[in-house]
Design a protein around this ligand. Structure first.
Ligand code: T5A
Length: 228
């Protein structure tokens, strides 16, 4: 569980996550959004999952190398959640408490989609893990980058320098199912999530994201840096 003492600390910053399938453009947009927020004078911490803290980065290696795949999707969900606990404790919670924006490339919705919907891990287990790992550190805003699985996989293939990772190696049907899973999450939680058409150019996607951020987080953006 995330350090229980963190649960009672005031959370002054804003937590934004980007989700979507492989090659949807999340890393590209995380960078653009952080530049935009920083240009307004705010502190903005950029992080990612799995990873984002020393122990979580070690677990990233274990999971994405495929070393844990023989243990099955439920065990992988446990490992992603363990990494998330360290990530929140070490990186996300301290940044939110000091009033920073935090932008995270993937978070708990990826566990729901990859291990839950597509890995067929029991929903009750996914929910229990999320409750334990995330606690009150739910995102204020989740941007779901949506595009056809074929387009995302082609982009990921073009960019790749090393071996294909654990999940990119799954078949097309898995990735098409992921797209549906992310859209379903957005449908169920419209107040937290916004779906962005990620098939446009990077600048067009960035502009659509900025429109949503301005609309949904207007009160935070209206405040001066350091007093978020
Ligand atoms: N996972 C993760 C789980 O199964 N459960 C979990 O709980 C969590 C947290 C992480 C893997 O772990 C899984 C999901 C993943 O399989 P990763 O290495 O972090 O793996 O990879 P991804 O998150 O999938 O990220 P990718 O790097 O594949 O894609 P991105 O970040 O969505 O895309 P990006 O920005 O790197 O762009 C890819 C390429 O497309 C170009 C870029 O220049 C780049 O070459 N591009 C565009 N091209 C045209 N138009 C645009 N709009 C473009 N935007 C970017």
């Amino acid at each position: 569980m995330t350090d229980p003492s963190l649960h009672n600390q005031p959370r002054r910053g804003r937590f934004i996550t980007l989700e979507g399938g492989e090659g949807a453009g999340k890393s590209t947009q995380v960078k653009l959004l952080a530049e935009h927020i920083r240009s307004l004078g705010f502190e903005c911490v950029v992080t990612r999952e799995p990873g984002g803290s020393p122990v979580a980065e070690q677990l990233r290696e274990v999971i994405l190398s495929g070393a844990a795949a023989p243990l099955g999707p439920a065990a992988e969900a446990v490992l992603f959640s363990a990494a998330r606990i360290d990530h929140i404790t070490q990186t996300i919670a301290p940044a939110l408490q000091r009033g920073a924006f935090v932008i995270c490339d993937r978070f708990a919705d990826s566990t729901r989609a990859y291990q839950g919907a597509q890995g067929k891990v029991d929903q009750a287990l996914i929910s229990a893990l999320e409750k334990v790992a995330v606690g009150p550190y739910r995102p204020d805003l989740t941007l779901v980058l949506d595009l056809p699985a074929e387009t995302g996989l082609a982009r990921a293939h073009q960019r790749r320098t090393g071996a294909v990772d654990r999940f990119e190696a799954e078949g097309l049907a898995f990735h098409q199912g992921l797209r549906e899973a992310f859209l379903e999450i957005a449908r169920k939680e419209p107040h937290r999530c916004a779906v962005i058409d990620a098939s446009q150019s990077p600048d067009e996607v960035g502009s659509a994201i900025w429109d949503v951020v301005q609309e949904r987080l207007s009160s935070a953006l209206a405040r001066k840096a350091q007093t978020l």
